[in-house]
Design a protein around this ligand. Structure first.
Ligand code: A3P
Ligand code: MG
Length: 407
């Protein structure tokens, strides 16, 4: 299996890694949270490369048809509104295809240049990696491939986990809907439509003032950015909820929408401050400068809203009960990428690796055997989890089958 190395090799420049807990060679232990990092890698301001939309029938289109514009939601809006009309996109494996289509299209503008990219991934995966030091509950798994020095990440969801996500308890399902409902109240399909919005004349469920139209979670507007963590160039794609004013072709007026339970005491406040860690990185990674939070009652009625400037969030939580340090996350992320690069490089191009993250312990890496690789392919036209068309493109147009036959 590839290059074996010990966890000791992977100490960050800080040296603050609790090593004892992870057994085995291909493993990286959890960082200490009690020491501030002495060195945190630079994170380059993300710059946008391309945008695309998913249509209601989930077709990827290189246009901004799914772009939404911010409007203020009405006071006391009822987030239960339109629940029965929700067109819910089924939970699927976290395929990277859409991002690869966008990257492939963007590359045609580079006139044959081939920039060295360390990682290509959806934003949700990078958020999980960076916030792992503070994750106390949820384990996760990734599939990783490394081709020509570029690592591709996809979240690995077992069949059981997928079923669990699709069969969400009714209460959780409703709570999940509240987030999308808030997006409807806060957005419009055309700029400067505040008045029309307030008259409740939008399509779909009628009768709610300010409703922006029924929720269809197939529809998404996505942005792809390039950035750099330490020495690693990263291509990241993710959904952007809306823009303020008009779309100017960069990330400067992007807005992330979030809901959270209203804060009624110190405990709620500490809980919210912990949540801000995920809000922060989710937005930071795509260069989204503003997070607009709707606080709601357990019943789903909005109480207040608050604007957070993404870059100011770390300062807001510093020294508080729910405090976290983004530098610990960035140092860990850099260490994680270095560790993975050293573990997965040098093997066969179609190798697929499985990364397992266990809260409070760390990550382990194994090379998948053929049976597991077939499972990752899921009977689709893929090499590992990469779609065949992309594989053939990065291999200079050579079909995978003829490649295999030659061997
Ligand atoms: P909130 O943002 O209010 O949490 P996002 O905020 O990432 O754009 O996602 C929009 C909404 O999708 C979320 O609203 C939440 O309701 C729902 N959602 C996102 N991730 C989820 C998850 N893992 N489980 C359930 N619902 C989720
Ligand atoms: Mg959101």
């Amino acid at each position: 299996m590839g290059l074996k190395r010990s966890a000791e090799d992977d100490l960050s420049p800080t040296g603050k890694v609790a090593r004892a807990k992870v057994e085995g060679d291909d493993a990286l232990a959890f960082p200490s949270l009690s020491h501030p990092v002495s060195h945190s890698p630079a994170f380059q301001r993300p710059s946008q490369l391309i945008t695309f939309s998913y249509s209601p029938s989930r077709v990827l289109q290189f246009d901004d048809s799914a772009l939404r514009y911010f409007v203020n939601p009405p006071h006391g809006a009822d987030l239960n509104h339109g629940y029965k009309n929700w067109t819910r996109r089924p939970e699927e494996r976290g395929r990277i295809d859409g991002l690869l289509s966008a990257w492939s299209r963007f590359k045609t503008t580079l006139n044959g240049q081939n920039p060295e990219i360390g990682v290509i991934s959806w934003r949700g995966v990078i958020t999980k990696i960076l916030t792992a030091p503070y994750e106390e509950r949820d384990a996760w798994e990734l599939n990783v491939m490394c081709v020509d020095g570029t690592m591709y990440f996809e979240e690995h969801l077992s069949d059981a986990r997928l079923k669990e996500k699709n069969d969400m308890e009714p209460r959780h399902r409703l709570q999940s809907y509240y987030g999308y409902s808030f997006e409807s109240y806060c957005t419009s399909s055309t700029p400067n439509e505040r008045n029309q919005h307030a008259s409740g004349s939008s399509s779909g469920s009628s009768g709610a003032v300010g409703w922006g139209g029924d929720v269809d979670t197939n529809v998404q507007w996505c942005s792809v950015v390039k950035t750099k963590l330490g020495d690693t160039r990263i291509i990241i794609g993710g959904e952007v909820d809306c823009v303020r004013g008009g779309y100017t072709g960069n990330t400067d007026n992007f807005v992330e929408l979030k809901t959270s339970l209203s804060i009624r005491g110190a405990q709620d406040e500490a809980r919210f401050e912990k949540k801000l860690l995920k809000f922060y990185f989710q937005s930071f990674l795509l260069g989204v400068p503003e997070i607009f939070v709707g606080f709601r009652k357990p019943s789903g009625h909005l109480t207040t809203t608050q604007v957070f400037q993404t870059v100011q969030i770390p300062r807001l939580v510093r020294g508080k009960p729910g405090a976290w340090d983004p530098n610990i996350c960035l140092a860990w992320g850099d260490q994680f990428i270095t560790f993975l690069t050293n573990t997965v490089r040098g093997g066969s191009r179609d190798n697929v690796w499985r990364i397992k993250f266990t809260p409070k312990i760390g990550v382990s890496v194994v090379l998948l055997d053929d049976v597991n690789v077939r499972d990752v392919e899921g009977g689709e036209r893929r090499v590992g989890f990469l779609p065949r068309w992309y594989w053939e493109e990065i291999n200079g147009g050579v079909a995978y089958d003829s490649e295999v036959n030659k061997e």
